[in-house]
Unconditional design. Structure first.
Length: 149
């Protein structure tokens, strides 16, 4: 009668653990940047939605609407005759997403047709080593996929 045991030897278990350790060491740098990329994507979505809200408010009312970038905060206002009415709340990108706006303080005006006043507006922002941008064309279109040079 033969006595056989089912199971793994210590050498086999250690070999598997070493292989798992090597794979994890290769994957950790990618996983470390994942949070930064996700926060950048969320900030880009927030900026894009505020730009779209400003353009939509201008088209809906037939009056001017403004997108303001002041430091790391962004906000939208719409013209109501002679006064400016805030649309939504101010979004602080640094506090909420850890993202800094590298473009200087500026505003983008959308006229009643949804068009901007400048030839091309660029919003640049970054987090740690990552950088991205959003472009707004003269006709008010928002390009979320970076700016063509």
């Amino acid at each position: 009668m033969r006595n056989t045991r089912r199971g793994f030897t210590l050498v086999e278990i250690l070999t598997v653990l070493v292989i798992m350790g090597v794979v994890m060491m290769m994957a950790l740098p990618k996983m470390g940047n994942m949070n930064d990329r996700n926060q950048m994507r969320s900030a880009k979505d927030g900026i894009s939605s505020r730009l779209a809200a400003a353009r939509a408010a201008a088209i809906a009312t037939g009056r001017q609407a403004f997108f303001y970038s002041e430091g790391d905060s962004i906000r939208v206002t719409a013209s109501n005759g002679s006064t400016q009415v805030a649309k939504g709340n101010t979004l602080n990108l640094k506090r909420q997403f850890g993202v800094s706006v590298s473009s200087p303080t500026f505003s983008i005006m959308f006229d009643g047709r949804g068009m901007t006043t400048g030839a091309r507006n660029v919003i640049k922002f970054g987090r740690n080593a990552l950088a991205d941008s959003i472009c707004i064309s003269a006709i008010g279109l928002i390009n979320r996929h970076g700016c063509a040079q």
